[in-house]
Design a protein around this ligand. Structure first.
Ligand SMILES: [Mn+2]
Length: 302
């Protein structure tokens, strides 16, 4: 759907993490010129109002994320109703609950949502298992239907993503209860040793095939900490030995040209740790590669 208008939604949320720096991620990417770079690939780009988490209107951190999720979901729904392609810019990864609940709800009359989740972590905690109680460690569980009702039941229904329609790539830092939940549900996780052994290209191709099968549309939730910190140091929770940026740029280039591709989300950019702006540039290059129209890619290859 790369002919669709690209609808950028800033998700100003850092309350889901222990270090709130990601709250400023979308604003920093905007200032860095991400919209201009996307327009230069040939896409038509529009911004909607930034959705900002409001802890002062909430009763707890979890409640702040629940309220924020609902408001972000409404913004993403508006973009989809206008037949535009959402690009959600986080924000800590708790924003995924709002983003993908909206996409799933939009697709629902036609079928299910497929999701490729790129991340150093599994993000599959629930309030019952999380030591830190940080909601950015919970969106995968919530989308699968486990966790607080305010996160699982947006739009009045649960199980936004089915286990067999979700693939996680790049995981290398997680806790036993998260792995146990995903194993019990049968989610395919490509841990980092598998990515290093088979190569990112083979892994992403397999993941794409899996999430496209039996779904009405698919998308990518890209946590920047899935990348190697040598390429993207400015993230919420960096973990050594990740996916190399050059591989991601090459392998994911043009993936939005698939008519079944619905939305992209980029999360956990922390400008407070991005000295020199290298991570902002990595994030910009990534979204441009993934969202570039066919023509722009052919031009690059020539
Ligand atoms: Mn994450």
């Amino acid at each position: 759907m790369s002919t669709a208008v690209l609808h950028l939604v800033g998700a100003a949320v850092g309350e889901g993490a222990s270090d709130g720096g990601c709250k400023w991620g979308a604003a920093a990417l905007r200032e860095h010129g991400i919209a201009h770079a996307l327009a230069a690939t040939g896409r038509t780009v529009t911004w909607s109002d930034t959705v900002t988490a409001q802890p002062m209107l909430a009763t707890s951190r979890l409640n702040a994320i629940e309220c924020f999720s609902e408001r972000l979901a409404n913004a993403v729904t508006q973009a989809l109703r206008q037949n535009q392609q959402p690009l959600v810019l986080g924000g800590d990864h708790s924003c995924a609950v709002g983003t993908w609940s909206a996409v799933a709800d939009h697709l629902r009359p036609r079928g299910a949502l497929g999701l490729v989740w790129i991340d150093a972590h599994l993000d599959a905690h629930t309030p019952d298992t999380s030591d830190s109680q940080a909601p950015h460690g919970m969106p995968v569980a919530a989308l699968l239907g486990h966790g607080s009702e305010g996160m699982t039941d947006l739009f009045g229904w649960r199980h936004k993503v089915r286990a067999d329609h979700l693939v996680i790539i790049g995981a290398r830092s997680y806790e036993p209860p998260e792995k146990a939940l995903l194993e019990s549900l049968g989610v395919r996780v490509m841990f980092m040793p598998e990515v290093l052994a088979r190569g990112f290209a083979a892994c992403f191709d397999e993941a794409r095939t899996l999430v496209r099968a039996g779904t009405a549309g698919w998308g990518v939730s890209f946590d920047l900490d899935g990348l190697d910190p040598r390429d993207a140091p400015g993230t919420g929770t960096p973990v050594e030995e990740g996916i190399r940026l050059a591989d991601a740029l090459q392998v994911m280039a043009g993936c939005s040209n698939d008519p079944q591709f619905v939305a992209l989300e980029l999360t956990e950019y922390n400008p407070l740790r991005d000295f020199g702006g290298r991570t902002a540039q990595a994030a910009t290059d990534l979204v441009c590669a993934m969202l570039a129209p066919e023509a722009a890619l052919l031009e690059l290859a020539a």
